[in-house]
Design a protein. Structure first.
Ligand code: GUN
Length: 292
């Protein structure tokens, strides 16, 4: 079987082009109104610094304003909560993104809870999670939204398909399952305590791998023709070259002969997360103005 490699970079570029056009139109129609994203980074985690830089670049590419708030690792929870209160109250800020993980002295959930749900462009606030899970208008988490778009690139009708979500995090696994359910899939969730994961994989028409372990899902487990979406971004050292490289949660080369379609790492889900963040920021701006 010839597998389709789903090009997340191309789909994300198309989305950002469409968003840029909508932003232009918004500016013309509404006296220069420009969506604004505030990005908050606490500490100096190198991976987070890269993600934040990419988010800022994406803002520029679609015509948003973006502001960065880089705080030292020793920032207290109260200091961070004070910044969030200030951003909640700022009419120039339509979206607030606090890059995770936060230093261990700060309670992440308390920080997420403090963000105005209408500005919660990550879709992590309990109000948005609740609304999304019962199908009400909300800002939905970006990575699972991006995965849904990539799945629909290769399969429009998901009704009755067996979907397996491997990983039960609040930011990917759980919302992913509820989006697949909304698309009428029969959804199974697997996690670290699941017995016989290969057997679960063998039944699945769609597999979402989001467990954060390099090349954990083996090619031989995958049903012939399945759609495989790899959310993992793991930095490992290549044993042959000694160089550092990014790999997903799926053993890509092994999986390729079995799958119908698969996302690569890098260049699959990653760019989609950022494109969906831009989409959420535009949606948040419309919601705050009563247009959505
Ligand atoms: N850290 C890793 N992924 C994400 C994300 O999607 N949003 C935020 N805020 N932090 C992250």
């Amino acid at each position: 079987m010839t597998a389709q490699i789903i090009d997340g970079r191309a789909v994300a570029a198309r989305m950002k082009q469409e968003l840029a056009a909508q932003v232009c139109e918004m500016k013309q129609r509404h006296d220069g109104l420009t969506p604004g994203l505030a990005v908050v980074l606490v500490g100096e985690d190198p991976a987070s610094q890269v993600y934040v830089r990419n988010k800022k670049l994406a803002c520029e590419s679609v015509g948003f304003r973006s502001t960065s708030h880089t705080l030292p690792a020793a920032t207290t929870q109260d200091e961070l909560l004070a910044l969030i209160a200030q951003l909640n109250a700022d009419p120039m800020v339509n979206g607030i993104l606090v890059q995770l993980p936060l230093p261990s002295a700060i309670n992440e959930q308390m920080v997420i809870n403090a963000i105005d749900p209408l500005k919660d462009v990550d879709g992590f606030h309990p109000v948005n999670i609740g609304c999304q899970s019962i199908g009400l208008a909300s800002l939905a988490p970006c990575t699972p939204s991006g995965c849904m778009i990539l799945i629909e690139e290769v399969e429009k009708d998901l009704s009755g398909k067996k979907a397996l979500v491997v990983g039960r995090s609040n930011i990917v696994g759980k919302p992913m399952a509820s989006m697949l359910l909304k698309a009428n899939c029969t959804v199974t969730m697997a996690h670290s305590r699941t017995r016989n994961l290969p057997e679960e994989c063998a039944q699945a028409d769609i597999i979402i791998a989001a467990l954060g372990r390099p090349a954990f899902l083996r090619g031989a487990w995958i049903k012939e023709g399945a759609i495989v979406i790899d959310v993992g971004i793991n930095r490992v050292t290549n044993e042959e070259t000694g160089k550092s490289q990014l790999v997903g949660d799926v053993a890509f080369d092994e999986a390729l002969p079995h799958v119908g379609a698969i996302t690569p790492v890098p260049g699959g889900v990653g760019p989609m997360t950022i494109a969906c963040l831009m989409q959420n920021t535009l949606k948040a701006t419309k919601m705050q103005n009563g247009w959505a």
